[in-house]
Design a protein around this ligand. Structure first.
Ligand code: ZN
Length: 76
């Protein structure tokens, strides 16, 4: 469900670009870091919050872009 958190934070302009302080406009390449541990037939999913995403500021004159697992830090 963490992709929805990112989606909502961007929609509500709560995700801030650390460079220009304006709301981040978009994200892409969302990936759950599936640290699934396969142990025989048992699959244990480890920490679904460890999702990696590429954030793009998208505001004029700002080139900020970052691929991060720590996107939650950019939410106000
Ligand atoms: Zn920016």
């Amino acid at each position: 469900m963490s992709e929805n958190v990112i989606k909502e934070a961007i929609a509500e302009q709560k995700m801030r670009c650390p460079k220009c302080k304006k709301p981040i406009q978009k994200y892409e390449k969302f990936m759950e870091t599936i640290d699934a541990v396969r142990d025989g037939f048992n699959v244990i999913e480890v920490d679904s919050r460890a999702s990696r995403v590429t954030l793009t500021c998208g505001n004029a004159d700002c080139e900020w872009k970052e691929r991060t697992e720590y996107w939650a830090e950019y939410i106000d």
